[in-house]
Design a protein around this ligand. Sequence first.
Ligand code: 5GP
Ligand code: MN
Length: 338
Amino acid sequence: MINPNYKILIEYFSEKRRIVITTHRSPDGDALGSSVAIFEAFKNQGHEVCIIVPNSFPDYLNFIPNSNEVIIFDQDENKAIYEINKADTFFFLDFNDYCRIDLMESYILKNNGYKIMIDHHQSPSILANQVLSDTTICSTAELVYEFLNELDFNLSLNAAIALYTGIVTDSGSFKYNLVSSRTHLIISKLLSYNINHSEIHKNLYDNNSISRMKLLGRCLNSNFKIFQDFNTAIFYLTKKDLEDCEFKKGDTEGFVNMPLSLKGIVFSALFIEHLDGIKISFRSKSNFDVNKFSRNHFSGGGHKNAAGGKVDNISLEKTLEFFKTILDNYKNELNSST
Ligand code: 5GP
Ligand code: MN
């Protein structure tokens, strides 16, 4: 765990700052929820604040308060660059490696502003002025809660909704290993703001599109492989599947967890063939370390039980063959971790 120097931060924010908050590409509930909470807190203290994300986020996150104010870099580049250039302070939330913010990296690096990183991924590679990093916590939103608490900020209702969303989504609705009594204590504090938690769950999970249902149908009906000898199961979706089913961003959220519900399966993956390459999600239960697996073979990373990676310029078919080949190297690990 790395802690920031809160005394220095309190002093630093005693002056009005121009703050840019950013998070990783394809923002999820934790990324966006954490960003909105910091946005609300600092805006309410009179700072000039904006959120810029590398690319769009799924529609089902639109219910998060203020998400309509988020600047999307690849849709509004001029405005985003203008805001980055005039900022004196940056928050990096829910990522720890510049490769996760794509083209925004070069613009932010040209600015010598004060950098504050709050994150829960392994192996940080960004040198920020202040860092709050804990890889044993399941969401960045929990760290943001602690951070704002240490700075003695009062949470707004909107910030409480945003943080609740971040914690629910990154904890798999409170089921992952890293959920702790602290997680539930924070949730209890958030509920004391009278947030409508039931409505948040409905917004997140009872809001499916027909395209999502069709894509899930493809995965369950034909696009899966089970490697019984390796306790591994995968789903995949081709470009044609995405086109046929009218794929929209966010449609496949959570699919990768489904193969893990099969008895004996400890490792699952979802391969999606997008126009610009193949995006892969990995999940495991038990001890199998998918962060290491993804770093070693798929230019990715993440956490021990949830990671992502990508492949460029190789067909889906070849990628699946390659995956099968490397599984051989992990046979013992996969069999001993049931
Ligand atoms: P997902 O499968 O939901 O896209 O990602 C699972 C976890 O792995 C998330 O914590 C995410 O931040 C991380 N992750 C996903 N893709 C990448 C990647 O390309 N590089 C790295 N370093 N982490 C990733
Ligand atoms: Mn997260």
